[in-house]
Design a protein around this ligand. Sequence first.
Ligand code: E4P
Length: 214
Amino acid sequence: MKLFADTADVEEIRKLNDLGIIDGVTTNPSLIAKEGRKFEEVVQEIAEIVDGPISAEVVSVKAEGMVAEGRELAKLHPNIVVKIPTILEGLKATRILANEGTPVNMTLCFSATQALLCAKAGAAYISPFVGRLDDIHTAGMGLIEEIVTIYSNYDFETEVLVASIRSPLHVLDAAILGADVATCPPKTIYQMMAHPLTDIGLAKFLADWESVPK
Ligand code: E4P
């Protein structure tokens, strides 16, 4: 399973990238807004740090505008993936950009029927938001299971990119279900690696080492 960093914080991305475990990055307008910097500048900087797909989202809601924005974003770096909302106009724009060879990540997906149509439009990635579904007491992981099954039934090439991840359990469940990608906030990635028994064990090994004659 590929692991993407779900942040636009360049310093965080640099730290995560140094761990050697990051395959790509996803951003969205809210994450970009938090940085207080120019969109294109941030995206380009991220693309110079991580050698993998970098999702950058359009803000137009009409296909024509999405395509125009997508074309400009794609010029920023060869690894840019244009992120387009899962709406009817988004399907149109995705088909056009996909035919031009620009990979599209369709975002804000909340149902398996949406995911089916996004795959048919040629999306390279579908981003179902598990955390936001959990927030409204609907099982986010149930959606991942449905999409993984449908894509596998029909050999769709669209990758399932699990988004809106809130905890290591989301990542674990996504991996068990065979999702292609999990995009995680930095905090979740650090939580995935933390274990009190590792810390206790390491402290004991180091303490015992002190008694070894040197
Ligand atoms: C990433 O592609 C999504 O935009 C992001 O995971 C949404 O996460 P949130 O629901 O925590 O805002």
